[in-house]
Design a protein around this ligand. Sequence first.
Ligand code: ADP
Length: 369
Amino acid sequence: MLGGGQLGRMLIQEAIHYDVRIHCMDPAADAPCRHLVHQFTPGQLNDFDAVYRFGQGLDVLTIEIEHVNVDALKQLAAEGVKVYPPPAFLEMVKDKGLQKQFYRDHGIPTAPFTLIQNKAELTAMFEQPCVQKMRTGGYDGKGVQVLRSAADLDKAFDCPSVIEELVPFVKEIAILVARNASGQMVTFPLVEMEFNPEANLVEFLFSPAQVDESVAAQAQSIARQIVEAADFVGLLAVELFVLADGRVLVNEMAPRPHNSGHHTIEANITSQYEQHLRAILNLPLGHTDALCPAVMVNLLGEKGHQGPVYYEGIEEMMQHRGVYVHLYGKAETRDFRKMGHVTCIAPDLDHAKAMARHAMATIKVKAIV
Ligand code: ADP
């Protein structure tokens, strides 16, 4: 596994049910997976030699973060290592420009866009409010910004970017789909996301999504179409916008376990992490039905707190029925850093939402001063 963060940590949690040994590479000596894997290799994920050396001789190589050296993955795949997600797919997803072209080429509904090289090109073409996305290097809302008027051009990124129409969406939803090498394909029930407007990253996630049948059908069909068009193997998360008229557009995708699937650990028959393992090991995929309504809240580092972390309010929340606390084992917190999450399950969604709001008000991720 390339990357040793929280997604890897939760993958390991499922892998211990099977006869699987996980080797992990991550640049951070204190990566969340560091002490949980069979073998840990410190190494830069973007470095060809480091990735190539790490991958040689492995049965299967996967990722838990996209920012890895794709050329090394291609080389390893050519030499017989099973690499999932497929390196060419990862290469396309890593570049938001190529990703948008993929949607366009395959007739997958997405917001209209143009590609620009730099700020000067953007300034020359700017007419109406738009969203600028750096083609590469962004994550968790960084590298994405709304430009409402010409006055905002001052803060525009001066780099190759996607310029997208500002979508007046009414909801953001996500769907997970998995496919194994034998071609079996299974989707998860839809979830709905609520973003922190300041940090631009997911704060709450509701399952099931409160959407009608037609929205669910469109999302499923889009997810399946992407996977089939790309001959994809692994787990894929697709984030979508729902418009007021009920149409669904793809925002973006991630070819790995995803923040929008954390709740599946407690709330679905098969978790996204187990499903990813099943897919990349070419095992039968699990059933994905929801067992109960669930709400997931990300535990983000408090703004203005930087340094060794402590968590306020965890014990208070642990007294409640159906509240599951997950801490990622990161030593240091900083503004809005993803430090953990809480999943609340309940017999109905309103109760789960109330408990999640309570968790959000109660748990604070702070730095020891
Ligand atoms: P990241 O890769 O950092 O998660 P996204 O492309 O998902 O970035 O964008 C982050 C958020 O910005 C989205 O979840 C959405 O709320 C908002 N956003 C992105 N694209 C658009 C758009 N075309 N119109 C309106 N809002 C957008």
